[in-house]
Design a protein around this ligand. Structure first.
Ligand SMILES: *[C@@H]1O[C@H](CO)[C@@H](O)[C@H](O)[C@H]1NC(C)=O
Ligand SMILES: *[C@@H]1O[C@H](CO)[C@@H](O)[C@H](O)[C@H]1NC(C)=O
Ligand SMILES: *[C@@H]1O[C@H](CO)[C@@H](O)[C@H](O)[C@H]1NC(C)=O
Ligand SMILES: *[C@@H]1O[C@H](CO)[C@@H](O)[C@H](O)[C@H]1NC(C)=O
Length: 589
């Protein structure tokens, strides 16, 4: 029996009708004429929220004549030039947490955000992905839009899939729910690894959107774009994918980059053109047997090589190489091989912005995104749509960087800009303090033991829940050694408990974990915590983001190699200034 429905959204709704008073990056201090249609649009926003069906009728009556076409949107000036100023904003310390509930920008504010003659970059979301997968996809959208000098448009919701309380509570609080999520592929456009419920939640329960706007600059959610341009909300579907036909505002053009042209095996996608070739060096700097023809022969068969792979390929061609990776990169640079800045393969799936690495490509295999977008039909399209899958088995950000500075700017963008809302952060901090009390002030360790659908798709280090735990615990011993190598005081004792984030639900297995020192979320969270967090505390998907904050605050963290939840925790650690040696990943084997 299939049951689905529209949940009541009053908890999220009350804050949406108020005017938000956004502090706009680039918009502070500039007084702009209020848009003459603003009151009409503000009231329409309220209608949208309070009575979707009424709005549909209203829109049908109004037609698109009152929609924000790109002329009507004209307001102030927010141009690409201001990105420079915004970059400086990243250097500011994090704003202190504000406990104010999320307030959606009014239509007038949205119009101010996008400015005059806005151009956009959109990319698909995926309904069947959890928050952390959506998050890293969104992070790369932010990056690609910055490279393209366009305003990113981001998916506006997350389909949560795990209820921490009674099902009826989760159903009532969701914007929409499916009791059997895999029976609705027609609506959501994809299926999940396993069946069960799905609850549609606004993304701002997971992500501090106002903070992201302050640190990043102009951005819109799908929903906001649709509201801003007066597009019939009935045309908006649940897939979180972009729909060119339905979502393109009147008078706007869309140019699509399909995924097989964005990246395929024949080339490597990079951000900017690489620096010009290095001027020929004295011959004695180049090892015997190494020349352009050999390099082309050895490295022409694939687009991008790790230093080790490049060394092996050249040795196979009889080139005698010694020296380290840096030396190899310098030598190959003289032969028009371009160094590319990225992150090591251990973060390929979890997308932690960590473990920086240098890889190599022949110059003629490198395709800069800026060059592609500078040519027709992309250069004059109002919307560039990057369609399809740009994340699976892809490096964080979805492309390689041609300078270490650009890679670092991406790390900064994410680490400073992408954070959960204040309530989630505050609860994570409190739980971490309680962990500290449990170990009487000594340093403590944490692990993320990812189970559920990962077991079915053989992405977990062991099928058996207890064997998986034993491996985790064994790996944590190396964490204790790392702490002992770096500190003299407050060192953990042998029998100290450790924090364990897990989605394992088997009661026997959980009892085993606890009896071997694990402290779980439910051991630390009180009813007062849940009520303080509000209705979003009903969803394990939100509590997992709370847990990430706890994991990030541990003195040593052991993550799951293939999990974006672990990757996100590593990024929070970076934001908190935790050292690189203080975490490791348990691999699938
Ligand atoms: C866009 O929506 C239309 C109609 O609502 C649908 O027929 C079409 O398949 C959608 N396109 C994509 C790419 O999902
Ligand atoms: C790969 O991308 C190149 C350049 O964007 C394109 O010309 C080629 O057709 C693509 N190949 C495949 C197999 O999609
Ligand atoms: C983009 O350029 C092409 C040809 O160069 C032109 O036909 C088209 O109208 C332009 N589109 C826009 C939105 O300016
Ligand atoms: C729960 O875990 C225990 C021990 O790990 C195992 O023996 C049992 O089969 C599991 N039960 C289910 C329903 O998977």
């Amino acid at each position: 029996m299939l049951v689905e429905g529209e949940g009541g959204d009053e908890h999220w709704r009350e804050t949406r009708t108020t005017k938000s008073g956004y502090r706009l990056v680039g918009g502070e201090g500039t007084s702009r004429p209020r848009h003459r249609l603003a009151p009409l649009f503000r009231s329409r926003l309220a209608l949208f929220v309070l009575a979707l069906t009424t709005l549909v009728l209203a829109l049908a009556a109004l037609g698109t004549a009152t929609g924000h076409t790109h002329k009507v949107v004209a307001h102030g000036v927010v141009t690409a030039k201001e990105y420079g100023a915004r970059l400086k904003e990243w250097a500011r310390p994090l704003a202190p947490p504000d406990d104010e509930p999320y307030v959606a920008p009014s239509l007038d504010e949205l119009a101010q955000i996008v400015g005059e003659n806005p151009t956009y970059l959109v990319k698909d979301g995926w309904a069947s992905y959890g928050f952390n997968n959506q998050r890293y996809m969104l992070e790369s959208t932010l990056l690609l839009a910055k490279i393209a000098r366009r305003i990113p448009v981001l998916p506006d919701s997350i389909w949560a899939r795990s209820c921490a309380v009674d099902d009826s509570v989760c159903e009532a609080n969701a914007l929409r729910f499916f009791r059997h999520r895999n029976a609705h592929a027609d609506v959501v456009g994809s299926t999940w690894n396993d069946d069960g419920p799905a609850y549609k939640l606004p993304i701002q329960l997971f992500l501090d959107l106002p903070h992201l706007r302050r640190t990043y600059g102009p951005l819109l959610t799908y929903r906001e774009l649709i509201e801003l341009y007066g597009i019939d909300p009935n045309l908006y579907d649940e897939s979180l994918r972009w729909n060119t036909t339905n979502y393109t505002p009147q008078g706007y053009t869309t140019a699509t980059v399909p995924d097989y042209l964005f990246q395929n095996r024949t080339f490597v996608r990079v951000d900017q053109p690489p620096p010009p070739p290095v001027v020929a060096a004295p011959a004695d700097e180049i090892p015997e047997g190494l020349n352009s023809a050999i390099v082309e022969l050895a490295l022409g068969s694939r687009a991008v090589w790790t230093a080790q792979q490049a060394r092996d390929a050249l040795r196979k061609r009889g080139v005698k190489l010694d020296g380290d990776d840096d030396g190899l990169v310098r030598q190959l640079e003289l032969l028009d091989v371009v160094p590319l800045y990225t992150f090591g393969d251990e973060v390929l799936m979890n997308k932690a912005l960590a473990r920086p690495s240098v890889e190599l490509a022949l110059r003629n295999k490198v395709q800069p995104l800026v060059d592609t977008l500078a040519s027709p039909p992309f250069n004059n399209a109002s919307i560039v749509y990057l369609a399809g899958n740009l994340h699976d088995q892809r490096k964080p950000g979805g492309l390689y960087f041609t300078s270490p500075a650009a890679r670092q700017a991406y790390v900064d963008l994410v680490v400073r800009g992408v954070r959960p809302p204040a309530g989630v952060r505050a609860l994570g901090e409190r739980l971490a303090e309680r962990m500290g009390e449990r170990v009487e002030g000594r340093r403590w360790l944490a692990a993320h033991l990812r189970r559920s659908d990962f077991v079915g798709i053989k992405w977990s280090p062991a099928q058996d829940a207890e064997a998986h735990f034993d491996k985790t615990r064994a790996a944590l011993r190396e964490g204790v050694e790392a702490l002992e190598a770096h500190f003299d005081e407050r060192l953990p004792r042998g029998d100290d408990p450790f924090y364990l984030a897990t989605d394992e639900r088997n009661a026997t297995a959980l009892a085993y974990y606890r009896s071997h020192g694990a402290v779980l979320l439910s051991d630390l969270v009180t009813p007062a915590d849940s009520s303080q967090l509000g209705p979003s505390a009903s969803y394990m998907d939100v509590l997992a983001v709370v847990e990430q904050q706890v994991l990030a605050r541990s003195d040593y963290f052991l993550g799951s190699e293939l999990s974006s939840t672990s990757g996100g925790a590593v990024n929070v650690r970076t934001a908190l200034g935790k050292e690189d040696w203080s975490w490791a990943l348990l691999t699938r084997q």
